[in-house]
Design a protein around this ligand. Structure first.
Ligand SMILES: [Zn+2]
Length: 397
């Protein structure tokens, strides 16, 4: 599905939460509000409410994406999944005001949707004020038709969504707002991120602790009690904790590798092979004697292909003496290259995207060296990265 030029994909895990919302509304909340409703009315209203809920989550994500795009950020796609929505960015905001507007527009969108829904119920402030007594409230709720019941639920859930996202816990929207402000004050993105993700982790652990307490039978204000709700809350906390850690590590990697040309990390002393070499010789003289796993195939001065350990492994050992490198190599026009001046960060994401472990480095159309994923990770470890991720830009929004 494409909306405003942005790919929207729906993850299968969304079905879980979709079923959960529909069931809990149809068999829990709606019959409680409307004892007189038939099961069919409850289920149809619940189904419509769940659909509209995801439509409003999508609107929230789209608002991030559109403001991001206006600030020069390319949005790969929006994914709707079990925890809501996530916009995958190809690059991060380069300036703090862009980050600030992009982050804050999501909760504002949810808040506006929430308030509009509540206004559309027509309940009005004076009636709402009288709802303090339980019989009044029950009478008012029972008097709502399915449409207004749906709007009442959708309105309050969107306001809850806005408030939850505004908690200053990175990578939630509120955490991004906080990071942008700290970034603006300190001019130090790394410090701002470290602080915001520490708060994010703290919040995540509070959710996990609250969830566990609920599983153990404690009743908490607003969250209530019950093992099911508790497990769900702890699960959200666990997810947030991972997201906070990953985002910070990604930033460190980005920080360490940006503007480092691949020339500084590549291996230049590399073995090359010739096309007519039998594979058993490649194994015994090269693969077993060096730690190199990919070999440029040269015909004189000219590069004609690349042969990797994986290409050899595909062949049964018995056939190796009668097969030449030329028969299994990847021809030159199919090899992925990078240039010696390329950013190492881009090379690392290229390796991750293609699921390859090394790539040839060219300089002035000649083979200058080979850069391996392990070399980049080794370099990161030596330059102060805690653990090295291989992907980037997948933080939830
Ligand atoms: Zn958001």
């Amino acid at each position: 599905m494409r909306i405003a030029g942005i790919d929207v994909t729906v993850d299968w895990s969304l079905l879980i939460i979709f079923a959960l919302i529909t069931t809990s509304l149809a068999s829990g909340l709606f019959p409680q509000w409307h004892p007189a409703w038939s099961p069919a009315t409850s289920w149809l209203t619940a189904l419509a409410a769940a659909v509209l809920f995801f439509a409003s989550v999508l609107a929230h994500e789209l608002s991030h994406s559109l403001v991001g795009r206006a600030n020069g950020i390319r949005i790969k796609r929006i994914t709707l999944f079990v925890f809501g929505g996530m916009a995958q960015m190809e690059n991060e905001p380069g300036r703090w005001p862009a980050e600030l507007w992009m982050a804050i527009v999501g909760p504002v969108t949810s808040l506006v949707i929430g308030v509009l829904c509540l206004l559309a119920t027509g309940i009005g402030a004076s009636a709402a004020a009288q709802m303090s007594s339980v019989p009044e409230l029950e009478r008012l709720l029972a008097g709502l038709d399915p449409g207004r019941t749906l709007l009442l639920w959708l309105g309050q859930i969107n306001i809850v969504l806005a408030i939850f996202n505004l908690v200053p816990a990175f990578p939630l929207d509120g955490g991004r707002v906080l990071r942008a402000i700290l970034w603006g004050i300190t001019h130090d993105l790394r410090r701002a991120t470290r602080f915001a993700s520490a708060l994010g982790q703290a919040f995540a652990w509070i959710l996990i602790a609250a969830g566990i307490a609920m599983v153990l039978g404690v009743s908490l204000p607003y969250f209530g009690s019950g093992a099911g709700n508790g497990i769900w809350l702890a699960f959200i906390g666990w997810f947030l904790n991972n997201a906070a850690l990953t985002s910070y590590r990604q930033l460190l990697t980005r920080d360490l590798l940006q503007d480092i040309p691949v020339r500084r990390l590549m291996v230049t002393q590399i073995e090359t092979v010739w096309p007519d070499m039998p594979l058993d010789m490649l194994v015994s003289n090269f693969l077993l004697r060096t730690d190199q796993r990919a070999f440029p195939v040269m015909e004189g001065e000219r590069l004609i292909g690349l042969v990797c350990q994986r290409d050899v492994e595909r062949l049964p050992p018995a056939q190796r003496h009668s097969t030449s490198v030329r028969e299994v190599m990847k021809p030159a026009d199919q090899i992925v290259f990078v240039h010696a001046d390329d950013d190492t960060l881009d090379v690392l994401s290229l390796l991750a995207q293609r699921d390859i472990n090394q790539v040839l480095v060219l300089e002035h159309d000649h083979v200058a060296g080979l850069v391996r994923r392990a070399d980049i990770l080794h370099w990161l470890a030596l330059h102060g990265s805690p653990k090295s991720p291989t992907r980037r830009g997948d933080g939830p929004r």
